[in-house]
Ligand binder design. Structure first.
Ligand code: ZN
Length: 439
């Protein structure tokens, strides 16, 4: 008998391996952060024992979900201003509030909140872009969640940085500082083609490639962005990014709503991944992502929630449901984007986008143990004929019961292990009062 750290037994294992194998009455053995065995409970039972056994008899056991684009430091701006056009929303509310309140302490607390919220929603990794990356990393690490943190690069001075070179240096230093951390890494995150000049974008790409870091950027979000880019550069954003040498497989582009056919081909050719943010795009009326064209062109698609200021939650299961239904209606085709494809987008496709598909994104021997358990035996979740259908159309995040990240239990029966939820709620109310008084 081999002794392991955690033994999950009697569950419905949704592996997301290359054969999309599902194991009924299955078990997973976890040791030193890794999945050391997966199989039928009756077989695993003969080989392993553990002090920590989780009975998953009424649960779906699946790889943790990945949020491919968010701004985790914006928690306290949730619902601050809604139902406004993008420019007024930014100019009148978001940017002035940011200018007044952002600080190391504010971001640490805001990220502690959003990271805790994401764990409760079954998310094990988030790809972030915001300010005060150091505090963001420390907060995510305290919660016990994986994060790829991008300090937003802008040409204009903001928050803790005065110029783009300084922000890029800061990102590289952070990346080095967290090199041995198994959960946290840093990307280089130029905000967009309209907030960064050609030289800033090129310096970002060059520095990322020299330091083996990922790139994270907003691309083709609004019609105005396309029109301005054509006016200034005689070509749309993705063609522009291609021509200046920015595009490569290390790039994660968020939004990607207004993309022409040639740009689709460039994304495929350069293996750029796209994070679609349906709920935020709908709320800001930015448009409908051309999902069908992405998939026809073989572009790797992931899903992201965007920040809570525009979503207004960090619920990736809800995002999966919305995206599937919206795309069916938009394409007038109920057979388009079946549930199984959506589930892949938020697990293995996202892992691939972040060059982590050999480590996470599926339940397979040798991979890191990033696993969530979801209750499937509630009144409103039975009967169940197809688990992918359930994950996309039936189950809400409240049914996520346990979350294991890097082999450690981070949430057990909906109780967060590393942070005090009541304290986080108190702090949110404290900041709300401060923001109201300061506006
Ligand atoms: Zn965004």
């Amino acid at each position: 008998m081999d002794r392991v750290d955690i033994l999950i037994k009697n569950g419905l294992i949704v592996t997301i391996d290359k054969d999309m194998q599902i194991i009924e009455d299955g078990a997973v053995a976890i040791k030193n952060g890794n999945i050391v065995d997966v199989g039928l409970t009756k077989e695993i039972d003969l080989k392993y024992n553990s002090d920590k056994t989780i009975n998953a008899s009424s649960k779906i056991v699946m790889p943790g979900l990945i949020n491919a684009h968010t701004h985790s430091g914006m928690t306290y701006f949730r619902g601050l201003a809604d139902d406004l056009p993008l420019d007024r929303w930014l100019n009148k509310y978001i940017w002035p509030t940011e200018a007044k309140f952002l600080s190391e302490e504010f971001i640490y607390n805001a990220v502690l909140h959003s990271a805790a919220e994401m764990v409760k929603n079954g998310i094990v990794l988030f790809n972030d872009m915001y300010f005060f990356g150091k505090q963001c990393g420390e907060a995510a690490s305290r919660v016990g969640i994986r994060a790829i943190i991008g300090e937003v690069v802008l040409d204009s001075p903001v928050a803790n940085c005065t110029n783009p070179e300084q922000i890029i240096d800061y990102s590289v230093n952070q990346h080095k500082e967290f090199e041995k951390d198994e959960l946290i890494e840093y990307s280089i995150a130029p905000h967009s083609i309209y907030a960064c000049c050609k030289e800033t974008l090129q310096l970002s790409a060059e520095t990322a490639r020299n330091n083996n870091m990922l790139l994270h950027i907003h691309v083709s979000e609004t019609k105005k962005e396309i029109e301005d880019c054509i006016k200034n550069n005689s070509k749309p954003p993705i063609e522009y990014l291609h021509d200046i040498g920015f595009l490569s497989e290390d790039v994660l582009s968020a939004h990607g709503i207004w993309v022409n056919e040639n740009e689709m081909k460039l994304l495929r050719e350069k293996n750029v991944s796209i994070a679609i943010t349906t709920e935020s795009d709908l709320k800001l009326a930015s448009g409908f992502a051309p999902m069908k064209e992405y998939l026809e062109n073989g572009v790797n698609v992931c899903l992201g929630t965007d920040g809570v200021a525009s979503n207004n939650n960090l619920d990736i299961l809800e995002e999966m449901d919305f995206t599937s239904k919206l795309q069916k209606a938009y394409n007038q085709d109920p057979t388009f984007l079946p549930a199984i494809d959506i589930v892949r987008m938020c697990t293995i496709n996202s892992a691939k986008a972040f060059k982590k598909d050999s480590e996470i994104g599926s339940i397979e021997i040798g991979k890191k143990a990033d696993i969530i358990l979801i209750n499937k035996s509630q009144l409103d979740t039975i009967p169940m004929y197809n688990v992918y259908s359930h994950l996309v159309y039936t189950i809400s995040s409240y049914y996520v019961k346990d979350v294991i990240i890097n082999g450690k239990i981070v949430m057990e029966n909906r109780k967060l292990v590393n942070v005090d939820e009541a304290e986080i709620i108190d702090r949110a109310n404290y900041y709300k009062k401060k923001i109201i008084n300061g506006l």
